[in-house]
Design a protein around this ligand. Structure first.
Ligand SMILES: *Cc1c(COP(=O)(O)O)cnc(C)c1O
Length: 465
């Protein structure tokens, strides 16, 4: 029933469109319901017909072929059934890329998570006593062993950890923070806003670049409930700067019988100096220095699932746990399973099994042969050029501000196509590939690409060519 003839009125063409049921009864679409279910088949057909009618009504389409519409319906059904959340290739060289899901989990964490998730578990069941237990029991003793912490609480993310801590310890009172630490990190986490929502009043001291101990001392009043120190995360202040050493803040807090809270952000459990990264504060060192409550993320440098860890002295952690908001911010069994397995990798001294830490450790020399192989494969495609050059990767995730890791980049150009367009076509690949953009080239940093994904990049360029 090919309809032709531009003279026909839109109404006449519209009347020729079969109904949804008629479409679904056609031979070519018989399999549609079996493959995608009745609802999927109907919705896909409706959507395609809706667009077709709109195009006919505005005169953009003067005829349609049944076969073409059938193909469009099949494509639409496939598109609708595809997951919107899926794996992607991170070729940006940003290891803890918040938009790309931060830290990939270790295989051990995934294995444990699958085991726990697909069965019943002793999540909140004390097997010794045969009665209700606490979900904290799975991570608390491990972090006590690893870091010497008296208590650990796990909540949804570090933003929740900071919020809950301030709400529990400083509601209706004041919390003192240096002006140099009133940070904003991505996703609209701002220390002043979180503080306000927690019910604690922010008492700013010092200046953006210099804050000294007497600034804190002078601000303490009967209303003060805590001192807060914040890791500057994604920026650094260089030059004429000053910040009191942690030990002095600890002394001051304890002399005044106030808790010192530290938001460490990235949750580094290991000294990264042997990994070639200096200056990233370590959770254990803060606890040892006497900080009362430390908060950090589970999915930044720690390398686990999204979570916020609150760790420190029982005297302060116990009231935090009793806060009814703790119940509202608690994590589920999947998070606990993945977190427990990840922390155990630190205890068994196998941090290389954590993908993010392994990526940090890769040297430019180690990346070079992979980059060379990829560049050769891309340059072999007509219209493409690709060279290996020196560059830098960053850890990201609000850690190690101002630092970078030496890497080897594959710089790609395609004749007649802008780097922006090239990047867009790589993002449309399956799996999507996210690259870095330079002014006139596209850059691929293999540090953040899993080795088995190198081939997927090669395949993507084959298809593009
Ligand atoms: C990342 C970060 C946060 C927020 O952590 P989320 O886990 O993303 O909620 C808070 N404070 C600092 C210093 C951070 O770096």
């Amino acid at each position: 029933m090919e309809t032709k003839g531009t003279e026909r009125s839109a109404n006449e063409i519209l009347r020729q469109i079969p109904s949804v049921d008629e479409w679904l009864g056609r031979d070519a679409l018989r399999a549609l319901e079996a493959n995608w279910g009745h609802r999927g088949a109907v919705e896909a057909t409706r959507r395609v017909l809706e667009l077709l009618r709109a195009r006919i009504a505005c005169g953009a389409v003067k005829s349609f072929s049944l076969e073409q519409v059938e193909r469009e319906i099949v494509e639409e059904a496939k598109r609708r059934a595809k997951f919107t959340l899926g794996a992607a290739v991170n070729a940006t060289g940003v290891i803890l890329h918040t938009n790309l899901g931060r830290s990939p989990l270790a295989r051990e964490a995934i294995g444990h998570l699958v085991e726990v998730a697909t069965h019943y578990s002793n999540l909140e069941y004390d097997l010794e006593a045969g009665r209700r237990g606490r979900r904290d029991a799975h991570t608390d003793p491990l972090l006590a062993e690893l870091l010497g912490a008296e208590r650990t609480l796990v909540v949804n993310n570090n933003a929740a950890a900071v919020f809950l801590t301030l709400n529990s310890l400083a509601e209706d009172g004041e919390v003192i923070v240096s002006r140099g630490e009133l940070i904003e990190i991505g996703g609209s986490f701002r220390i002043p806003d979180i503080c306000a929502k927690s019910g604690a009043k922010l008492r700013e001291v010092g200046t953006t670049n210099r804050t000294r101990l007497p600034d804190y001392t002078g601000a303490i009043t009967e209303h003060t409930r805590a001192l807060l120190r914040v890791h500057p995360s994604n920026f650094c202040i260089v030059g004429f700067t000053e910040r009191p050493p942690l030990a002095e803040l600890v002394d001051l807090a304890h002399q005044r019988r106030l808790p010192l809270i530290e938001d460490l952000g990235s949750g580094c459990l290991l000294d990264l100096v042997p990994f070639g990264v200096a200056g990233e504060p370590v959770v254990g060192a803060s606890l040892k220095a006497g900080v009362d409550v430390v908060t950090f993320s589970g999915d930044k440098l720690l390398g686990g699932p999204q979570a916020g860890l609150i760790i420190g002295r029982a005297e302060f952690l116990d009231p935090i746990r009793r806060n009814p908001l703790f119940r509202a911010l608690r994590v589920d069994k999947l998070t606990i399973a993945a977190l427990e397995a990840t922390i155990r990798l630190y205890l068994s001294e196998e941090p290389d099994k954590i993908p993010g830490l392994r990526m940090i450790r890769l040297s430019a020399e180690q990346l070079k042969p992979r980059a060379a192989t990829l560049a050769t494969a891309i340059a072999a495609r007509p219209g493409f050029s690709a060279v290996v050059e020196d560059g830098e990767s960053v850890i990201g995730g609000g850690s190690t501000p101002g630092q970078s890791l030496q890497t080897k980049l594959v710089a790609v150009a395609r004749r007649g196509v802008s780097p922006r367009e090239l990047a867009a076509s790589l993002r449309r690949n399956s799996p999507p590939i996210v690259a870095r953009l330079d002014s006139d080239r596209l850059l691929l940093d293999l540090r953040t690409v899993f080795e088995e994904q190198d081939e997927q990049i090669v395949e993507a360029f084959k298809r593009l060519a």
